[in-house]
Design a binder for this molecule. Structure first.
Ligand code: MG
Length: 120
């Protein structure tokens, strides 16, 4: 068992990517749940035991930053990691003020992802 096993909610409108990430993280000993939208993530979050959010930024509907803001109302200590292919200075500022621990650039560096997940 992984000493720093996380319960991770993975959110990406690219469902295949979300499932691939879930498989990778499960192989490392983490527990995962996937959602294909911010709305879906909010719907299931109330009944879900998780301590880390890993979310895409650009999604139809609620985007990753908004999702962080909404989830942290009820879970102020939730560790949040965002993934984006288009991170700008503005996005980094918004994410920081929303309490995001890090924005990971897409395509993802998997070693960095695993490191961020365990030290989040
Ligand atoms: Mg997307």
């Amino acid at each position: 068992m992984n000493a720093v096993a996380r319960r991770i909610l993975i959110v990406d409108d690219n469902q295949e990517l979300a499932e691939n990430l879930a498989e990778l993280l499960e192989d490392e000993g983490h527990t995962t749940t996937t959602a294909d939208s911010g709305e879906r993530a909010i719907d299931i979050s109330g009944g879900l035991d998780f301590d880390l959010l890993l979310s895409d930024v650009r999604m139809p509907g609620i985007n990753g930053v908004e999702l962080v803001i909404r989830l942290r109302v009820y879970r102020p200590r939730l560790c949040c990691l965002l993934m984006s292919a288009y991170s700008s200075e503005e996005l980094r500022r918004e994410a920081k003020s929303a309490g995001v621990a890090a924005i990971l650039d897409k395509p993802l560096d998997l070693d960095e992802l695993l490191c961020r997940v365990t030290c989040c």
